[in-house]
Design a protein around this ligand. Structure first.
Ligand code: FPP
Length: 248
């Protein structure tokens, strides 16, 4: 069958796609391996999806790599994931550079082990001049944390009279989120047949199209991303209006 890539309307590529990468553990179990093996294979899917997103001109790709809740996993798995992140940063940075990819991170990065934080900051700096895809890693991230953090900072700035509470509106609030300057995702993908949002970008996905697939994350590759974008392009996005009001 013809690739979904050739069937895409190049003028209607979503600017921002967000992904909940789920199912690494089940994938490993299915293959009779330890959970960490699933995460390792998941890194290959990350590489595929970053490449394919760049190929079709997606501008921002946010990957939910580690949630606030993930800190509760067994210590050995948390350590393995942190180790994997360090390796992925070390091994992938040249390829990201070649592909003109920029890197950024959202989440409570102060919770990340210093080794990961240093590598991450180094890689962000290394890639900062690039102009292609912006790859955003959500690390130690949860949407409720992000929103509470924004509220705290708004309250602080109000007390210090830097802002007046009357000024608080959508735009001002968004400037206090980790995703300030990044357009909201138009498409949110979740793998592994789970139908949940799991505390991910709750504010930002207000109008996102949700795409769920049974595929486990380590099986999700280039063609799967193209298929998700193709599905997105065949939906009618009304933003609360009726069909006749939409200008094409
Ligand atoms: C969910 O699968 C996946 C994670 C918690 C971690 C995702 C991390 C990676 C893909 C690797 C590192 C990422 C980058 C950006 C290099 P799960 O463990 O919840 O699977 P399960 O639901 O089947 O147990």
């Amino acid at each position: 069958m013809e690739s979904f890539k050739n069937r895409l309307d190049k003028n209607r590529i979503p600017k921002h796609v967000a992904v909940i990468m789920d199912g690494n553990g089940r994938w490993a179990e299915k293959h009779g391996k330890a959970r960490v093996f699933g995460h390792e294979s998941g890194v290959e899917s990350v590489r595929s999806v970053v490449e394919s997103a760049g190929e079709i001109g997606i501008k921002h790709l946010t990957l939910y790599a580690f949630s606030t809740e993930n800190w509760e996993r067994p210590k050995s798995e948390v350590e393995a994931l942190m180790e994997l992140l360090v390796h992925a940063i070390d091994n992938e940075s040249e390829l990201l550079m070649k592909n003109n990819v920029r890197l950024s991170a959202i989440g409570d990065l102060s919770k990340m082990p210093s080794k990961v934080k240093e590598r991450l900051d180094g890689c962000i700096r290394f890639l900062s001049g690039n102009t292609g895809l912006n790859l955003i890693l959500a690390l130690s991230y949860s949407s409720k944390w992000e929103i509470i953090n924004a509220v705290k900072n708004i309250a602080k700035d109000s007390v210090e009279r830097k802002i007046n509470p009357e000024m608080i509106n959508n735009e001002l609030f968004e400037n206090y989120l980790n995703t300030a300057e990044i357009p909201d995702p138009e498409l949110l993908i979740r793998t592994s047949g789970e139908f949940r949002i799991s505390n991910f970008l709750l504010w930002q996905i207000a109008y996102a199209e949700l795409y769920f697939t049974e595929k486990l994350w380590p099986d999700f590759r280039k063609e799967d991303l193209f298929e998700a974008v193709f599905d997105f392009q065949n939906r009618e996005r009304r933003f609360g209006k009726i069909s006749e009001q939409l200008t094409l």
